[in-house]
Write a protein that binds this ligand. Structure first.
Ligand SMILES: Cn1cnc(CC=O)c1
Ligand SMILES: [Ca+2]
Ligand SMILES: [Ca+2]
Ligand SMILES: [Cu+2]
Length: 727
């Protein structure tokens, strides 16, 4: 009873991101609302009312489910719009629900829990604000031109070839309502993230009028000053430690990808490739995907990125939603910018930073590449070309195999099944870092969520004390230690929405050996623990997390009378980043728990928000509040909130980039008595070989795919054009 329309899948379309046309119709509708006093076109001033973001507002779960389950109408299509009211006497941010699409006629405020207003200071940065910061830095650095030039050979103002650039850090202050950022200067060369020059400043940019912005502190070569003027005076009077960085040599490629050195065995031909000898074995229809037993819908949120919905295996829903919620990197260091850096990336538009994927490098050549549209810090929808890819990958290790020896130099049979899996992938380049986001669907009902970290490390100027916070990775450059944590929402619906949660551990029992009572016997036995309330199922970092974390339907059983269950299995070495309730920690209270299980709530949609980075102290969305009522979680609609991550102590091999091997974390959702047997059994890729008539020189091959496989990968040369703004 589902059908495909030309644009996609009828059911999955409730989760489809807004089309550019829909974004424009929301924009036009809002522009017509005189009371919003919106400026048209790109804003010129921070003191104007502007639309910052327009994206899909996902319908409430019960409405979507009743439509998906053929019990109700298709919910209205609605948009969520974020408006910066910079033009008001007390500026603020407003969020609105606009609908119905494609021809909206209503809008109403979107209320966060507690009807909190959104502080203007907590808003994400925009291109306009960065432009104003740049202009301010020109003004500021003009006064210190000679210091910058003598220090680095580069300058910020009045430069042509030898220019400086900057990285701003966050949070922007020490308490709610502030907007003052530590900014560090770097030589603007390829890989500038690795070129700090030992100059940092604290810019207060809270006012909507940049003329009121002030420099509150300057840090130069390990010394603090209250103003640029103080630095200049003391520098000119030779009262401070001056820094003379070695001259920048263009030929020194350390921060670039240019190959150097030699392998023992090196060749200049292509490596192994993914190839589809007989075509694709998966189906993509709009935002709907089918592969083996699997089907799901997807979208990409502008804040946090990939979101999967209605994940089914053999037409049974396993999860309503599996999605990325947040990614953070909290740093330690000795310079003020380093010690201030606690990046919370959804506020940096992590979901929009999915730039063009390179065929054959970021995804296989044969992958399906899809465009994504975002309306984020713009005045028109922006197309992110080839920003999402879907492909089937061979894992090169069998899904299962057995060689059945006859222990006489021969065999009774050999059988094996290739392990193919479907991958849906986007990337987020959040300034220096590149995250590669994968959801991987295996044929045996296992779903893996995985993130690889790569890209440039966030480095700062090396001071002697700096080595307590990382490693020297180049002359004057410290790779600062930090912890990456990623948060996922996993709304499993195991055989329906009424689920319970238990953990299973191994306990050693010491019993009398029944067949030799004079002996004791120690063996493992199962220890099951039911977790009845949210607090019992919030596992804090620092305590061992039980190995078997089971979500099950207490009323549904497999053929062997076991509860139909799915298990979450971690692949993570994440740990706590700050003490509980410590200032910024309030903004990331989800990061207290590798796993927390809550009862589903319509108003607990996300664990973070666009506003966490710039106001982590009084966060608009506080995950901890989801647990406050400590609800019963027995036979209820449950949501698992999963935190994975790793401690990153940068080292020489992070130059030029952090490499993906060893830097991947995530989790598996694995069936556990959910099926009656391995659900990959329908796969026709299995091969069984038997000796023919017991004659070991002859074989009988039983297979269900063609005997001969085709050839070739691609005949077109590599092409790429990372431009994504047409203007
Ligand atoms: C500037 N910035 C914000 N987030 C990042 C990546 C993570 O460290 C960089
Ligand atoms: Ca609750
Ligand atoms: Ca659920
Ligand atoms: Cu890192």
């Amino acid at each position: 009873n589902c059908y495909f329309s030309s644009k996609g899948h009828h059911k999955a379309s409730v989760f489809a991101d807004l089309s550019p046309e829909e974004m424009l119709s929301v924009q036009n509708f809002l522009m017509e609302q005189e009371n919003l006093k919106l400026v048209s076109g790109r804003p010129k001033s921070l003191g104007q009312n502007t639309i910052f973001m327009i994206e899909l507002h996902v319908p409430k779960k019960r409405h979507a489910l009743s439509f998906l389950n053929n019990k109700g109408f298709k919910p209205h299509r609605e948009a969520r719009a974020v408006i910066f009211f910079g033009g008001e006497s007390k500026p603020f941010v407003g969020e609105y629900i606009v609908g119905p699409l494609p021809y909206p006629y209503y809008y109403h405020p979107y209320n966060f829990k507690g009807n909190r207003t959104i502080k203007f200071e907590s808003r994400p940065m925009t291109a306009l604000e960065y432009k104003k910061v740049h202009l301010k830095l020109l003004e500021i650095t003009k006064k210190a031109h000679h210091i910058l030039k003598e220090t680095s050979g580069f300058s910020y103002d009045n430069c042509t070839e030898h220019c400086l650039t900057f990285t701003d850090t966050a949070p922007r202050g020490l308490q709610s309502g502030e907007r003052r950022s530590w900014i560090l200067l770097q030589r603007f060369v390829e890989g500038y993230f690795l070129h700090p020059i030992g100059f940092e400043l604290l810019l207060n940019h809270r006012s909507t009028n940049p003329n009121h912005w002030t420099v509150e502190k300057v840090w130069y070569n390990g010394q603090y000053f209250d103003s640029v003027e103080e630095l200049v005076e003391k520098y000119d009077r030779n009262e401070i430690k001056k820094l003379r960085l070695p001259e920048y040599k263009k030929e020194d490629p350390f921060s670039t990808f240019i190959p150097r050195g030699k392998f023992k065995t090196t060749t200049e031909i292509h490596g192994t490739k993914v190839h589809e000898p007989e075509g694709k074995r998966y189906k993509v229809q709009g935002n709907y995907v089918e592969y083996t037993g699997w089907s799901f819908a997807f979208r990409v949120r502008s804040s946090s990125g990939l979101q999967l919905f209605d994940i089914q295996f053999n037409n049974e829903r396993i999860a309503y939603e599996v999605s990325i919620q947040e990614a953070i990197a909290f740093y330690g260091g000795n310079t003020p910018a380093a010690m201030q850096t606690k990046f919370i990336d959804a506020s940096w538009g992590m979901g929009t930073e999915n730039y063009e994927l390179a065929k054959g490098i970021d995804c296989p050549e044969v992958a399906t590449y899809l465009d994504i549209y975002h309306f984020y810090d713009t005045d028109k929808p922006v197309r992110y070309k080839n920003a999402l890819c879907i492909f089937e990958q061979p894992s090169t290790v069998p899904l299962r195999r057995h060689f059945n020896s006859d222990f006489k130099g021969g065999y009774n049979f050999y059988a094996g099944l290739e392990n193919h899996a479907l991958v849906i992938r986007t990337t987020s380049t959040v300034y220096n870092y590149d995250y590669i986001w994968d959801f991987i669907f295996y044929q045996n009902g296992v779903l893996e969520a995985k993130v690889h970290a790569t890209g440039y490390i966030h480095s700062t100027f090396l001071t002697p004390e700096g080595l307590q916070y990382g490693n020297k990775v180049y002359d004057y450059v410290l790779g600062n230690m930090h912890t990456h944590l990623i948060h996922y929402k996993v709304d499993l619906d195991i055989a329906g929405t009424q689920n319970s949660f238990e953990t299973i551990q191994m306990k050693l029992e010491n019993i009398t050996n029944p067949w030799s009572p004079s002996h004791a016997l120690i063996q493992p036995r199962l220890q099951r623990t039911s977790h009845l309330r949210e607090r019992d199922a919030a596992f804090a970092f620092g305590k061992p997390l039980p190995k078997y974390l089971m979500f099950y339907n207490p009323k549904k059983h497999n053929i062997w009378s076991h509860n139909r269950s799915y298990r979450i299995q971690f692949n993570s070495h994440g740990d706590r980043v700050l003490p509980k309730d410590w200032k910024e920690e309030k903004g990331i209270s989800w990061a207290r728990y590798p796993l927390a299980v809550t009862r589903y709530k319509d108003n607990e949609v996300t664990s973070s928000s666009l506003y966490t980075q710039n106001d982590p102290w009084e966060p608009l969305v506080s995950f901890e509040s989801f647990l406050h009522n400590n609800e019963k979680i027995v036979n209820e609609d449950l949501v698992a909130w999963v935190t994975v991550g790793f401690l990153h102590i940068p080292h020489a091999e992070d130059i030029p980039n952090t490499a993906t091997p060893g830097n991947a974390v995530g989790f598996f959702l694995r069936p556990f008595n959910y099926f009656d047997e391995d659900p990959s059994l329908p796969s026709k890729s299995v091969v069984i070989v038997r000796p023919k008539n017991k004659d070991i020189s002859k074989v009988e091959i039983e297979r269900w795919t063609p005997d001969v496989i085709g050839e070739c990968v691609s005949k077109t040369p590599f092409h790429y054009n990372g431009t994504y703004r047409a203007d």
